[in-house]
Design a protein around this ligand. Structure first.
Ligand SMILES: Nc1ncnc2c1ncn2[C@@H]1O[C@H](COP(=O)(O)OP(=O)(O)OP(=O)(O)O)[C@@H](O)[C@H]1O
Length: 364
């Protein structure tokens, strides 16, 4: 059985009026499993908060809690200053798109999208125009009369998204909204959706484990793991200044090197990274694969560290290498990238240099 605990904090009503969504101290348990533990999070009015994290971290539970699907909240989930405890799902005025879509099977695509417009008492001609506009937005122009049962999983998900947007909810809750789509469509829709949310100043919470989705859509990103918020930040800042190795690891850093900052430059055995304004001292650098460039030794690009290629794998626009680095203290192997015009063989020696664009400074 699930228990739901909240610790109500006395925030003055005046300050909360335009605050959008605010969670304080939310704890949700399933029997002996604590799915959420003392969550403090907010999505200010008009902003998109992405909640990112590994599988089982509590993302869906968080969304369901905000939606009111978890039963009796007791006051620390608020929207626009209003305490939502006791407010049932259908009275919250929130739009939801969950992974399983949940379309009305007895209505066609237009009937589903139209539903939200009818709720807003939009006239017939305007409804038709709006349905067409929303279907075009989600890449389903002309699908009005298609039966819901004849849609692919990804198409159904897009209809669910159009239906939620049609209702112009005061808060939009999206659970992996683009996960069922192929890469091209996902990228296009993420950009369109970001634009739409921003133009309509919609407040939204997007739950995802996809970094691109989170960073395209969000004004702020929260990293949730094992029911706790590890860090909440503006996307760019989170990307370049993750709090610790766990967050950095989730954001793609695979190698960690000790370095030192002097005069706004962080130096480590692989090279240096400009970091203007950072105070001098020890630092831990997190390197993504794209933060280490490899060159065949014959090209003699630098006098930095060297390593031996252990493995290589072809990606769509570059080749990724696993490189053994006996010279580097504390690191056996690291991931590096190499241009696909100069791919070394396994066993070959490569020179390594740091690419600041793929690095992060931890704990700053
Ligand atoms: N109905 C349930 N009964 C018991 N435990 C549950 C239930 N739903 C979720 N949990 C547990 O709560 C924790 C958080 O689950 P949740 O589904 O919120 O994670 P998630 O981050 O959304 O995962 P995913 O990315 O895999 O969807 C997990 O440990 C999960 O096993």
């Amino acid at each position: 059985m699930r228990t739901f605990e909240v610790h109500d904090a006395a925030v003055p009503e005046v300050r909360q009026r335009d605050e959008g969504l605010r969670l304080e101290g939310v704890t949700v348990r399933y029997g002996s499993t604590t799915a959420l533990s003392g969550i403090d999070l907010s999505a200010p009015s008009g902003e998109v908060l992405a909640v990112l994290g590994p599988s089982g971290g509590g993302k869906s539970t968080l969304l369901r809690t905000v939606a009111g699907l978890e039963g009796s909240s007791r006051g620390s989930v608020r929207f626009g200053g209003q305490d939502l405890s006791g407010v049932p799902v259908h009275r919250r005025g929130f739009g939801m798109v969950f992974q399983d879509g949940q379309l009305f099977g007895h209505r066609d695509v237009a009937g589903n999208v139209e539903f939200g417009l009818r709720m807003r008492s939009v006239g017939r001609r305007e409804r038709r125009r709006e349905v067409a506009r929303l279907l075009e937005l989600v890449g389903l122009a002309g699908y009005q009369r298609r039966k819901v049962g004849e849609l692919s999983g990804g198409q159904a998900q897009r209809v669910a998204l159009a239906r939620a947007l049609a209702a112009r909810p005061r808060l939009l809750l999206l659970d992996e909204p683009l996960s069922g789509l192929d890469r091209m469509l996902r990228e296009r829709l993420a950009v369109d959706l970001a634009e739409l949310l921003s133009d309509s100043a919609t407040t939204a919470v997007v739950v995802t484990h996809d970094l691109d989705e989170a960073f395209t859509l969000a004004d702020r990103v929260a990293v949730l793991s094992e029911g706790r918020v590890l860090q909440e930040e503006r996307p760019r800042r989170l990307w370049t200044r993750p709090a610790d190795e766990e967050v950095a690891g989730f954001l793609g850093c695979t190698t960690f090197l000790r370095g030192r900052i002097e005069d706004g430059i962080a130096s480590c055995p692989l090279g240096s990274v400009p970091c203007p304004g950072e105070h001098a001292g020890e630092v831990l650098l997190g390197l993504r694969a794209t933060g280490v460039r490899a060159h065949r030794s014959g090209t003699e690009r630098n006098r930095g560290a060297r390593g031996e290629v252990v493995r290589r794998s072809h990606r769509h626009d570059h080749v990724r290498l696993t490189v053994a680095v006996p010279e580097l203290a504390g690191v056996d192997r690291l991931e590096a990238v190499v241009a696909d015009t100069e791919v070394p063989e396994p066993g070959e020696e490569v020179a390594l240099e740091i690419d600041p664009a793929g690095t992060a400074l931890l704990g700053r």
